[in-house]
Design a protein around this ligand. Structure first.
Ligand code: C2E
Ligand code: CA
Ligand code: CA
Length: 553
């Protein structure tokens, strides 16, 4: 700070000196003209006529003094020029530092806003539109983690170079931070397809493998495009850089959620989606704390005898704001925000406690997300939980989906083995919807295969094609793995399945998933509850109340 102030004072001082020097030089020139006009003719005359009468000595001295002053003034002027040039260069450098991203040489976030506003104004004058193209590299963190930051930096530079090579003259490329870039792209209003072609070229060009420091790196991008319209058409509203950035960002996140490596135009509905998503995220975190997640139970039955064998635990969220929410909505979000293990453990704890009143022959199946299986301590955590809840491992059945097998079969195998050693059963859920190979199936010691309900529901028609179901049943028999059929909705399906062999089944035909209290009543009716006196009392009361209502009617 003092240094800065010192510099300012120096600057003021030299400016003041410059003004004085300029004044002196101007005065000297005026005087030079005055004295010179008197003295120079006298000198010339002395030279040409050879007279000894020299010029006036005082005037000559004044003239020499003037010349000295003019030289002084001139030198000062040159110094001043040099100083101005240095300052201009420094200012230019400072501006660059403030506006240019040092790694990639693109505009930075700050100048991107300014440049976008300028581009919008220019486009309006030329009756064009602006597409703000928000680009985010997919899984860039992994590139950094696996190969180091130096390689990560090189990937960013290469991606920027490839995008920059495709830019038309009047487009701008900026790095907004991290692995996020933006392209400001002017286009003819009626030709959004030009934008789409350009975006596709961007995606293709960056996706080509890069050789970086001896590594072969492939990177994809998610892109959101905004032009102030809803979608690629619609009414144009007043746009500014902030708004376009905001909308393109929302569209980019939409592209991420839809599976990455793609682009979307901004749509107004996405904004609601995002709001809902934020509500979900905060709601889930809070809901876990407050115990809003509760287990429901779906019956699993021996289809031939009709005997109840156990239940599949299905999570439900009774959100005070959103009401009952399906796991198909909140499970993926819980996975993404990293709370799935916590959520799942809480549900299992409740389920083990609920099941303590049930007949000990009844099993509990729980769904385990692929994210949980990535935790190297997963099997230990489950065993610890069983111990804490004093729940027999033999009554627990863990359902994992085929998608878990793509990640790391080795890890999954050792996890399955250590759980099985303790008596826990493992089922392969939703079989037929993933792509597990026969070799994988054979090498993994599953206890059971569950046929996905999409295949089972095909048996609805009496003359339905049952080949896939038959093939899975045959496969199960060959691998010595019993079968559970999910999604048995009616008697036609049930009868077809019965004719195909022995298996467990579940589905709406046997009833919808029920909460713990309803399950208790069901089990009490069927004599499958470990007798707890107050439950019997409760049921007697309830029956009496119902009878009273019927009588009064
Ligand atoms: P899933 O494991 O395939 O569970 C069966 C789903 O099918 C359940 O939906 C169930 O209500 C539904 N269902 C049962 N019978 C029938 C039927 O006859 N017809 C039809 N159309 N559907 C039937 P739900 O409860 O909505 O669960 C959806 C998915 O959410 C589950 O699919 C499971 O993958 C996941 N999920 C549920 N709870 C948990 C959990 O605690 N953890 C994890 N990781 N995933 C869970
Ligand atoms: Ca399941
Ligand atoms: Ca299933």
């Amino acid at each position: 700070m003092t240094k800065l102030r010192g510099k300012t004072r120096d600057g003021l001082e030299s400016t003041r000196r410059d003004v004085v020097a300029l004044g002196i030089a101007v005065a000297a020139i005026i005087m030079f003209v005055g004295t010179g006009s008197a003295v120079i003719p006298q000198i010339v005359r002395q030279w040409t006529t050879g007279t000894t009468n020299g010029p006036d000595i005082v005037l000559t001295n004044a003239l020499l003094l003037n010349i000295a002053l003019i030289i002084f003034g001139w030198r000062r002027y040159r110094e001043l020029r040099a100083e101005i040039d240095t300052r201009r260069e420094a200012e230019e450098r400072a501006r660059e530092l403030a506006e240019i991203d040092p790694l990639t040489g693109c505009h930075n976030r700050r100048s991107a806003t300014h440049e976008t506003d300028r581009a919008i104004a220019r486009a309006q004058r030329e009756s064009k539109a602006i597409a703000f193209i928000m680009v985010d590299l997919d899984n860039f963190k992994q590139v950094n983690d696996l190969n180091g930051h130096q390689v990560g930096d090189d990937v960013l530079v290469r991606a920027a170079e490839r995008m920059s090579a495709l830019l038309p003259r009047d487009a701008i490329l900026a790095r907004l931070g991290g692995d996020e870039f933006a392209v400001v792209y002017p286009y003819e209003r009626n030709s959004p397809d030009h934008v789409e072609q350009f975006v596709s070229r961007l995606i293709d060009s960056v996706a080509a493998p890069m050789a970086v420091q001896g590594q072969q790196i492939e990177i994809t991008m998610s892109i959101g495009v905004a032009s102030g319209l809803s979608g690629r058409h619609g009414e144009r509203s007043e746009v500014d850089a902030q708004m376009l950035m905001h909308q393109a960002d929302i569209a980019m996140y939409h592209a991420k959620r839809q599976g990455k490596n793609r682009y979307y135009w901004f749509e107004e509905t996405m904004e609601n989606e995002l709001r809902f998503r934020n509500q979900l995220e905060t709601g889930i975190r809070l809901g876990i704390e407050k115990g809003e997640f509760i287990p429901h139970y779906e019956q699993q039955v021996d289809i031939n005898t009709g005997h109840l064998m156990g239940f599949e635990m299905l999570a439900r969220w009774n959100s005070p704001r959103l009401g009952m929410v399906s796991p198909e909505i909140f499970i993926p979000v819980a996975e993404e925000i990293g709370v799935i293990s916590e959520l799942s453990e809480g549900l299992m704890r409740q389920a083990f406690s609920d099941a303590k009143e049930w007949d000990p022959s009844l099993t509990i199946s729980v769904n385990i997300s692929p994210v949980q299986l990535r935790d190297p301590w997963f099997s230990q955590k489950i065993l610890k939980l069983l111990l804490e809840c004093n729940f027999p491992p033999q009554r627990l059945d863990i359902e994992i989906t085929e998608s878990c097998l793509h990640e790391n079969v080795g890890v999954v195998r050792s996890m399955i083995t250590s759980l099985k050693n303790q008596g826990v059963k493992i089922s392969l859920d939703d079989f037929g919807t993933g792509y597990s190979s026969l070799a994988q199936l054979r090498s993994l010691p599953f206890d059971r295969i569950k046929i996905d309900r999409s295949f089972v529901s095909e048996l609805k028609e009496a003359d339905a094609n049952s080949q896939i179901v038959a093939a899975i049943i045959a496969l199960g028999a060959g691998l010595d793995m019993p079968i559970t059929a999910e999604g048995i909705e009616d008697n036609t399906i049930l009868e077809t399945l019965k004719a195909m062999g022995e298996m467990k089944g579940q589905g709406y035909l046997y009833g919808r998933p029920e909460c713990a209290a309803e399950v208790r009543k069901r089990l009490a009716r069927e004599g499958l509850l470990i007798v707890v006196p107050e439950i019997v009392d409760e049921l007697v009361h309830e029956n009496a109340a119902v009878e009273a209502v019927i009588k009064s009617a």
